[in-house]
Structure formats: structure tokens, C-alpha cells
Write a protein that binds this ligand. Structure first.
Ligand code: HEC
Length: 139
């Protein structure tokens, strides 16, 4: 009888520590990604490149390689089209004239994380990324 109690105490300590390490790890994943630079490095650089110039690892396997995101203002006649860029990232607007839209829709993706600790709303995150892209113009 006594042995059995020790056995179950032992088991529950193990289960508790597994659960604890699992939640601790889950917390690590929910670390806030607070700035546009990190969001870009995490979500966009694989295709667009760390420098946003279209040199990401996945760029060569895309049907149409992404354009240089540091020249958006230049291509738009000198003004940064904040609204349009926001919508392109959100996925609510396809890139005009591009029929091969292969970019993920970040609005849907970020919505899944809304309300989780450390995550901003999809709107705020896309806004932050848009501002980050604006800061890269002409670089
Ligand atoms: C899976 C690859 C991929 C990922 C990841 C990706 N993009 Fe794209 N992106 C593309 C492709 C491809 C295009 C060109 C669209 C086309 O030709 O259909 C594009 C186009 C764009 C454009 C329009 C450029 C222009 O002026 O025409 C913007 C802005 C943009 N991406 C921003 C982002 C941002 C910001 C992220 C991260 C939140 C991101 N992209 C993640 C592949 C990707």
C-alpha cells in the first residue's frame, strides 16, 4: 500500500513537471514580436529577403519572384501607398497586374493569434510592418 502511494506521488511529480515545462515552452513561443523589423525577418524575409530586395531563399521557386520592396515609393511616383501596401500584406488586395499571387494572406494568419498573450491585433501588426516597409524606402 505504502509503495503504491510512493509510486503515484512519483508519477504525479513527473506529469506535473512535463506539464510545467510544456506551458513554459508555450510561453516562450508567445514572446511578443514587437517591431516591424522582427515581423519582417520572421514572416517575409524567406521570400522577400532580409534586405527586402527580393532575394529570399524561396524567391527562386516562386512563379514570379517578388519585386524590390525598398523601391515601392519610387515605383509609385514618389509617395508611399500606405493603404495599398497594408491591403497587399493583409491579403485583401491582390498586387495589381500580377496574376500569380503567391503571397500568404497575413490578415487571416495573424487573426489566429489575436487575444493570445503577447500578440497584437492583426491590424496593428500589419500596420507596424507597413510602417517598417515605409522606413526602408530608397535604401
Ligand atoms: C511565400 C512567399 C512570400 C512571403 C512569405 C511574403 N511575400 Fe510578399 N510577395 C510575394 C510575391 C511572389 C509577390 C509578388 C506578387 C505577385 O507577383 O503575384 C509579393 C508581393 C509583395 C508586395 C507588393 C510589391 C509591389 O509593389 O508590387 C508587398 C508590399 C509584399 N509582398 C510585402 C510582404 C510582406 C510585408 C510580407 C510579410 C508579412 C510578405 N510580403 C511575405 C511573396 C511572398
Amino acid at each position: 500500500m505504502h509503495d503504491k502511494n510512493i509510486f503515484w506521488t512519483f508519477i504525479s511529480v513527473i506529469v506535473a513537471s512535463i506539464l510545467f515545462s510544456y506551458t513554459a515552452r508555450a510561453d516562450d513561443f508567445s514572446d511578443p514580436i514587437v517591431n516591424g523589423k522582427d515581423e519582417f525577418a520572421w514572416h517575409c524575409a524567406s521570400c522577400h529577403g532580409e534586405d527586402a530586395k527580393g532575394t529570399g531563399k524561396l524567391a527562386k521557386i516562386l512563379v514570379k519572384p517578388p519585386v524590390d520592396l525598398t523601391q515601392i515609393t519610387e515605383r509609385n511616383g514618389g509617395t508611399f501607398p500606405h493603404d495599398r501596401v497594408f491591403k497587399i500584406i493583409a491579403g485583401t488586395e491582390a498586387v495589381p497586374g500580377h496574376s500569380t499571387f503567391q503571397m500568404p494572406k497575413y490578415w487571416e494568419r495573424f487573426r489566429h493569434y489575436e487575444g493570445r498573450r503577447g500578440y497584437d491585433t492583426a491590424e496593428k501588426r500589419i500596420h507596424t510592418i507597413t510602417l517598417y516597409l515605409e522606413s526602408l524606402q530608397g535604401k
